[in-house]
Design a protein around this ligand. Structure first.
Ligand SMILES: *Cc1c(COP(=O)(O)O)cnc(C)c1O
Length: 365
């Protein structure tokens, strides 16, 4: 008899997270040089990490035989300073994905429900199902933005967690202050609201969600170093929340969940405002480059507040495969219930140009 007979059914039923296809693997399969592959699949930052972060990692490397600071004191103190909250209101982790997992650890079980918007980050249903909880998906509004009032209506006594992804991935839309305020006014006290702000650096308007944390509402802001900070390979993210929720999450985590290099690099990266500004500038210019091409070809897309664009090429998986065979890795959206679309991460000018050349050919434009 197979060991899976004894495994938890809700784990057996899971479909594992599908990451963007790695460059090395693609190069091997195509017999190409890794340098000739363009990866615009995982919303990474083509500028790379801040040079200050790289220096900090190099300096930290020689001390890698010693366990890191389990409390991540320097990083969390810096975050507390930046956000004007107490040290006890900060949580750090191996990517904000880990903080999402910790939230699920803290409040989900077989009776609990989690609410998220349709076509949002695929980690939410995976984590939700991992804990045997019910995943409740709320349709978006006609403009593809989260329907916050619809989410309110979906709340039951068993609802424990709501994710508001702002800007949302893979769609790229946002919700703004007025809607968020109206929503927050009506949210009952038994629900934790997680504002997943992985792409907030790219948004020109940044709603104030920190105020709810400061008011003591059951709110957590989730941020990551994987996108604008260009540190996806390092695995680093954080949450800003109430001391109560932070304490719960700190109880649920493993002892050294933020590694030595990640602690060193993120402290340095937070100081490099120029690098973030340069990343945002690159993305804004890149979006113009893509939009101009799509407009001239008559290919519909959703204007994005993130560093990626959801494009309606039709036959997303076929377009993805055709681009892949030419060394350009994009993301098809089958797993997100959007088979007509592909998602393109905005890279640097030459990557974008190469991507557009390949797409032009593939889409017959
Ligand atoms: C990328 C992303 C994250 C964070 O990913 P980590 O690399 O685990 O920090 C969180 N939420 C959304 C919506 C994302 O797209």
């Amino acid at each position: 008899m197979s060991i899976t007979t004894y495994a938890n059914q809700h784990v057996l039923d899971l479909v594992a997270y599908q990451p963007g296809k790695p460059i090395e693997e693609t190069a091997r399969e195509l017999g190409m040089n890794p340098e000739d592959i363009v990866k615009l699949a995982s919303n990474e930052n083509s500028l790379g990490p801040s040079p200050r972060a790289i220096n900090a990692m190099c300096a930290a490397a020689a001390g890698a035989h010693i366990y890191p600071d389990g409390a991540s004191f320097t990083l969390r103190s810096k975050l507390a300073d930046m956000f004007g909250v107490a040290f006890e209101q900060t949580v750090v982790g191996s990517g904000s994905s880990e903080i999402i997992e910790l939230l699920c650890h803290a409040c989900l079980n077989e009776k609990a429900e989690l609410i998220a918007a349709k076509h949002s980050f695929s980690m939410y249903p995976i984590m939700c199902k991992l804990f045997g909880a019910k995943y409740v998906e709320v349709d978006n509004k006609a403009d593809w933005s989260h329907d916050l009032m619809g989410m309110l209506k979906a709340i039951t006594p068993d609802t424990r967690l709501i994710f508001i992804t702002n800007p949302t991935n893979p769609v790229g839309t946002m919700v703004y202050q007025e809607e968020i305020d109206a929503f927050m006014e009506k949210v009952p006290g038994h629900v934790i609201i997680a504002f997943d702000e992985a792409y907030i650096d790219f948004a020109d308007e940044k709603p104030d969600t920190l105020k709810y944390v400061k008011q003591g509402k059951n709110v957590i802001l989730l941020r990551t170093f994987s996108k604008a900070y260009g540190l996806a390979g390092l695995r680093a993210g954080y949450g800003i929340t109430t001391p109560e929720i932070a304490d719960l999450l700190n109880k649920a985590r493993t002892p050294f969940n933020m590694n030595l290099m990640a602690q060193a690099a993120t402290v340095a990266a937070l100081e490099d405002k120029e690098h973030i500004a340069a990343s945002v500038k690159m993305v804004n210019e890149g979006k113009k480059q893509f939009y101009a091409a799509f407009d001239s070809w008559g290919i519909p897309y959703i204007p994005s507040h993130g560093n990626f664009i959801l494009v309606k090429t039709g036959k997303g998986r076929e377009v993805f495969n055709a681009c892949l065979s030419k060394g350009v890795i994009l993301r098809h959206m089958d797993g997100y219930g959007l088979p007509e679309y592909i998602r393109i991460t905005v890279g640097n000018q030459s990557e974008n140009t190469r991507c557009l050349e390949v797409l032009k050919e593939v889409c017959g434009k």
